[in-house]
Design a protein around this ligand. Structure first.
Ligand code: RP5
Length: 171
């Protein structure tokens, strides 16, 4: 069984994976928002190119381990989200990461975005790991009322923040 780390409470519903330790500074934003939404998740490193067999094992076992959404982040020739999506029917959210030697992030953007017909990956913005976490929570919120309620509160807090700025500008 694939060894995973960063598991928080109960059985994880979301698997956060990334191609390299160097992706963690971006991908931890997904973990933070899932923690805020009290969504159980796990977080680990799975490289499509450096650990291909681990990637296959992770994707093929994801559903039976109880995962409901996978968030996969990678940079450069970012094949991880697409390959994981090819190996499971659990929804995969792809996070393109602007890595050090990237072509301004376009390499990872296009590698993740331009999937062939039949194998979808829900791609968020460059380094958009927070939105990936929120989208995962929204998918779970379609059948989990407690998560949907927390998402509603989060939206309210965003609205209130904007309205506070509006008030301040009026002064
Ligand atoms: C990808 O290559 C990783 O997802 C990372 O974004 C990029 C660079 O990896 P390191 O060389 O920093 O390990 O596989």
């Amino acid at each position: 069984m694939t060894e995973v780390s960063g598991t928080n409470h109960t059985t994880p519903l979301v698997g956060i994976i990334m191609g390299s330790q160097s992706d963690l500074k971006v991908m931890e934003l997904a973990a933070e928002i899932l923690e805020q939404m009290a969504v159980p998740f796990e977080l680990t490193i799975v490289s499509a190119h450096r650990t291909p067999h681990r990637m296959v094992e992770y994707a093929e076992n994801a559903r039976k381990r109880g995962l409901r959404v996978i968030i996969a982040g990678a940079g450069g020739a970012a094949h991880l989200p697409g390959m994981v999506a090819a190996l499971t029917t659990i929804p995969v959210i792809g996070v393109p990461i602007k890595s050090t030697n990237s072509i301004d992030g376009w390499d990872s953007m296009l590698s993740i975005l331009q999937m062939p017909s039949g194998i979808p990956v829900a791609t968020v913005a460059l380094n958009g790991a927070q939105n990936a976490g929120l989208l995962a929570a929204q998918i779970l919120g379609t059948y989990n009322a407690a998560i949907a309620d927390r998402l509603e509160k989060h939206r309210n807090s965003l609205r209130e923040k904007v309205m506070r700025s509006v008030q301040e500008l009026r002064r």
